[in-house]
Design a protein around this ligand. Structure first.
Ligand code: G1P
Length: 296
């Protein structure tokens, strides 16, 4: 099986849930503590062995390109001031020339369409897809866990997580054929089903390892749920066809940073996880909770 070294990052979304902030900044640049969302996705991909990073962007996303470029003035200033640690932090965000590519999605036609926009760069190779809105805190990064499982069983693999039944209509949902613990084989996959039609409460989370066949399916894709071209549908076509489809229950905590509540939860969790902030921040949270309890 060919090693997976390419990852697609669909980042063309308008981020309307975060207006007015996203009027002038891409939502992927919004920061959790001091790092933009996209940095977490890139770090996770690198840890999993990804060497080529393909961004599917849109108008108004140029801040993302600048973020991964070198910043000579800033680097010089930090060097002159002897701020070595900050300089290292800054440099760790630079991408080598040729390591990163940007493709434009001209029209917002759905996640499947966004992935398909990168088809010419993928060749006939398996590839990963990371949705940066889904931030996953884990001892071993989620995509790395998946790569290890994928190296054993192959096929198509999606990250999966149990969600409350009434939330299934917000996700791609898996039908479980055989439950092997962390890996499940899948016999159905439905994008945003009505709650009563959901085949289970095992939801797809934004990490995928896919075969080139899925890209071929996207060539012929028709619009699905919400009138958009769905990645879920292109993967579902592989069920029982040439490749298998697996769900992978990752070990870690997922935050839905595409929603305000999820973003705030991630901010608190990542703030508390930081040694340099933990004490001051947890004192503050304790005092907020105490004040709220006293007021009740
Ligand atoms: C996308 C996918 C969906 C998946 C979800 C995970 O939906 O289409 O299958 O469950 O990400 O976050 P979105 O949240 O972009 O509407």
């Amino acid at each position: 099986m060919k090693k997976v070294t390419k990852a697609i990052f669909p980042v063309a979304g308008l981020g309307t849930r975060f207006l007015p902030a996203t009027k002038s900044i891409p939502k992927e640049i919004m920061t959790l503590v001091d790092r933009p969302l996209i940095q977490y996705a890139i770090d996770e991909a690198r840890a999993a062995g990804i060497k080529e990073f393909i961004f599917v962007t849109a108008r108004g996303k140029s801040a993302l390109e600048d973020y991964f470029d070198i910043a000579p003035e800033l680097e010089n200033t930090l060097r002159k001031k002897g701020k070595t640690e900050l300089l290292q932090t800054l440099k760790s965000t630079n991408m080598d020339s040729g390591e990163i590519a940007y493709i434009r999605q001209n029209k917002a036609m759905g996640l499947g369409h966004a992935v398909w926009c990168a088809r010419r760069l993928m060749g006939n190779e398996p590839f990963a897809v990371i949705l940066p809105d889904d931030v996953i805190a884990a001892e071993k990064p989620c995509l790395q866990q998946m790569m290890e499982a994928h190296a054993e069983i192959g096929g198509n693999m999606v990250a999966a997580m149990e969600v409350p039944k009434e939330k299934t209509s917000s996700y791609g949902v898996l039908g479980v054929q055989q439950d092997m613990g962390s890996v499940v084989s899948v016999n159905d996959m439905v994008e945003k089903p009505a709650v009563e039609d959901a085949p289970s409460n095992l939801a797809v989370i934004g990490r995928y390892i896919l075969t080139p066949n899925v890209m071929r399916n996207l060539n012929k894709a028709k619009s699905g749920s919400g009138g958009e071209v769905q990645l879920t549908d292109a993967i579902a076509q592989e069920i029982g066809a040439s490749g298998d489809v697996y769900g992978f229950r990752f070990r870690g905590q997922r935050y839905d940073c595409g929603s305000k509540a999820g973003f705030l939860q991630a901010t608190v969790a990542f703030g508390l996880a930081r040694e340099d902030l933990r004490d001051e921040f947890s004192d503050f949270i304790d005092s907020m909770v105490a004040a709220k309890t006293a007021a009740q």
